[in-house]
Design a protein around this ligand. Sequence first.
Ligand SMILES: [Zn+2]
Length: 246
Amino acid sequence: MFRRTVRILAALTMAAAATLVTTVTTAAPAQADGCYTWGRTLSEGMTGEDVRQLQIRVAGYPGYNAVLVIDGVFGPATRAAVVRFQQAYGLGADGIAGQQTFNRIYALQDDDCTPVNFSYAELNNCNSTWAGGAVSAATARFNALVNMWKLQAMRHALGDQPIRVTSAFRSHACNDAVGGSPSSRHLYGDAVDLGVSPHSLCRLAQQARNHGWREILGPGYPGHSDHTHVAHDPIRTWSASSCGVS
Ligand SMILES: [Zn+2]
């Protein structure tokens, strides 16, 4: 009798768990996301703020040695980035952003629109305002957001193991304090320094070539023996000679 009760309880618990799983996987995502909810399927040729929001999320999928322009215009490069994102997550890779793609993005983003594994605080250990750099606070913060989505893409490509950020946005004061270059991309909020472990600095520098950074500095470049630096420099600068990155 007791055993039978336990068995029934176990069955009930499993049923409840199954119900929960069903609820989670089939819950309508529309209007459900705390950050941003897409209201239409997006494909090549479309324009708008929703396209721009999509571009931010797939900025880490531009392909080797490329940068995705975030302009609200769904062109061939955006389509290719969506395809790479879909492939990375095992979705049907048709380059059209529909419910499956949006659901994956909803699962990847926090309510403040940062990807789940990175945060504004992590990208700014200089101040809390994002002010005092080479661009407005809003621009610096936005650049950091795009960088976080690039980092999330790289993190996934590297087996979903952590990536350690050691320094990112710096005001002029913070940059001077650490002896940064007067023209450092850290002043723009679009540079991130990555520390060793679990990935080697070379592994990070090499993988970064696929995720939308025009500036990669690592082992072999002066002053970069203890971190790999990635940024969105207007001028392409890849230099990590000890890693075969140039
Ligand atoms: Zn740096």
